[in-house]
Design a protein around this ligand. Structure first.
Ligand SMILES: [Zn+2]
Length: 420
C-alpha cells in the first residue's frame, strides 16, 4: 500500500485498516496529540518508473520508498546557496512537493554558488528561476512558492503542511524562528550552515532528539559572526552541505538509515576533515525541553540582527554619504580616512587617500591615531565600519561612518571601484 501521511491539527490519530502503524509514512515524526493522520494513495506512472529506475533497484528505497517520496512534502527555507543543491537533488529524487520560501532576486554575486540560478536569471525573482529549473529537472515535482520573508506571523502557517523542513537560511533570526516553529509543529528540521571553508549540518526537532536551541541556547552578539556576504564562502561548500541536507531529508522520508539527529556534522573543506560531535537534548531548553516557548517571538530583536535592530544600531553612529565624502575629499578638508576591511578586500579596490586598519587591529592602532582630527571610517557595506565608528567614538575620537560603504561609493561616486 502506498500512502502519504498528513498531519492536521484536529482530532486524534486515525489509521485505516491495513496500514502498518508501526512504520508510519515518515520515520521520526511523532503524531502530536491533536494531530490526525490521513492517507493519500500515490501511484507512479510508466515515465516515473523509468526515471527512478536506479532507486527502484535500491533495497532501502524500492517501489514503496519511491511512492513515499512522491507523497512527501518538503519545504526549503531559502533558495540560495544551501537551498540550490538541496532543491535540485530533492526534485531529481522524485519528492512530490517542494515548497520554497524566498523573497530575493537573483544577483550576479549569487552565481558563484547558487546553482539553481543562471546568468540569464539575473534580476529575476529567485523563486521564478528556481521553479523553471526544477521543472526542467523533473516535471513530476509540484513546486509551491512563498515569495516572502519567513516571519513569526507566517512561519507556522507556511510550515504546517510540510513533512520536513530544510533550513537554508543565512541569518540567526530566521534560524531560531525555523527551529522554534519546527519544535512547535513536531516537524523535523534539517539544519545546515556555511562560512568560508567550514560547514555544519544536523537534524533537529525529532522526537527525543535535540533542537537548535539545545546546541546554541543563545544567539551570538550582533556583528560577532560575520555573514557570508562579509566573510566570504567557498562556492562549492554550500553544494556539499546542501547535498548533505537533501540526503538527510530523503532518509527522513524513507525512514532509512541513521540521521544526524543527536550529532552535529562539522566539515572543514580546507583539510577535508569531516567529524561529528554529540549533541544532547537539553532538558532546560525553552523550546523542546521545558516548552516555555509557546509562541513565536520577535527574532530580529532576539538576535539583535538584520532589519530593526541592526538598522537601529547603525542609527546611533553619525554617518555621511559617499557624495558628501567626495566633496570633502575634493575640498581637501583635513581628516583621516580609515578603511577597516581586510587586506585582500583592500586589494580589490579602495577609496583614494584611505589607510588600511583592519577591524581586528583597530584597538591596537588607536594609540597612533590623532584624536584632534576628524575620522571617516568605511568598509564594504557600512556594517563593520559602523562598529568601528562606535568603538572610536567610545574612545574619544570624532569618527563618522560612510553610509553604504565602498559598494555605495562605487554606485554614487566612482564606478571604477569594483563591487564584490
Ligand atoms: Zn531544544
Amino acid at each position: 500500500m502506498c500512502v502519504r501521511l498528513v498531519y492536521t491539527r484536529t482530532a486524534e490519530a486515525v489509521l485505516p485498516a491495513g496500514l502498518d502503524s508501526s512504520r508510519p509514512g515518515m520515520l521520526g515524526v511523532a503524531p502530536h496529540v491533536g494531530h490526525r493522520l490521513y492517507l493519500i494513495r500515490m501511484d507512479l506512472s510508466r515515465d516515473e518508473l523509468l526515471r527512478y529506475s536506479r532507486h527502484l533497484i535500491l533495497p532501502d528505497v524500492a517501489l514503496a520508498g519511491q511512492r513515499r517520496l512522491k507523497g512527501a512534502r518538503i519545504l526549503l527555507i531559502g533558495a540560495g546557496g544551501l537551498g540550490s543543491p538541496a532543491a535540485l537533488y530533492l526534485a531529481a529524487a522524485g519528492v512530490g512537493t517542494l515548497g520554497l520560501v524566498d523573497f530575493d532576486v537573483v544577483d550576479v554575486t549569487n552565481l558563484q554558488r547558487q546553482v539553481l540560478h543562471g546568468t540569464s536569471d539575473v534580476g529575476r525573482p529567485k523563486l521564478e528561476s528556481a521553479r523553471a529549473r526544477i521543472r526542467d529537472m523533473n516535471p513530476h515535482v509540484h513546486v509551491e512558492t512563498y515569495e516572502t520573508r519567513l516571519t513569526s506571523e507566517n512561519a507556522l502557517e507556511i510550515m504546517r503542511d510540510y513533512d520536513v523542513i530544510v533550513d537554508g537560511t543565512d541569518n540567526f533570526a530566521t534560524r531560531y524562528l525555523t527551529n522554534d516553529a519546527c519544535v512547535m509543529l513536531g516537524t523535523p528540521n534539517v539544519y545546515g550552515s556555511i562560512f568560508r571553508f567550514e560547514g555544519q549540518a544536523s537534524v533537529f526537532a525529532l522526537p527525543n532528539g535535540p533542537c537548535y536551541r539545545c546546541l546554541f541556547p543563545d544567539p551570538p552578539p550582533p556583528g560577532m559572526v560575520p555573514s557570508c556576504a562579509e566573510g566570504g564562502v567557498l562556492g562549492v561548500l554550500p553544494g556539499i552541505v546542501g547535498t548533505i541536507q537533501a540526503t538527510e531529508a530523503l532518509k527522513l522520508v524513507l525512514g532509512a538509515g541513521e540521521t544526524l539527529s543527536g550529532r552535529l556534522l562539522l566539515i572543514d573543506a580546507l583539510t577535508m576533515r569531516f567529524r561529528t560531535v554529540r549533541v544532547q537534548r537539553d532538558p532546560t531548553c525553552p523550546a523542546c525541553g521545558t516548552r516555555e516557548i509557546t509562541e513565536l517571538i520577535d527574532y530580529d530583536e532576539y538576535c539583535g540582527v538584520p532589519g530593526a535592530s541592526s538598522a537601529h544600531a547603525m542609527k546611533d553612529v553619525p554617518e555621511l554619504t559617499p557624495r558628501e565624502l567626495a566633496e570633502r575629499l575634493s575640498a581637501h578638508t583635513d581628516f583621516d580616512l580609515i578603511d577597516v576591511r581586510e587586506p585582500y578586500e583592500w586589494d580589490i579596490g579602495r577609496i583614494p587617500g584611505a589607510r588600511l586598519i583592519p577591524l581586528g587591529d583597530l584597538a591596537g592602532a588607536m594609540a597612533a591615531l590623532d584624536s584632534r582630527r576628524d575620522i571617516v571610517v568605511y568598509c564594504r557595506s557600512g556594517v563593520r565600519s559602523a562598529d568601528a565608528t562606535r568603538r572610536l567614538r567610545a574612545a574619544g575620537f570624532r569618527a563618522t561612518n560612510l553610509a553604504g560603504g565602498i559598494l555605495r561609493w562605487s554606485d554614487d561616486v566612482d564606478p571604477s571601484v569594483p563591487k564584490y
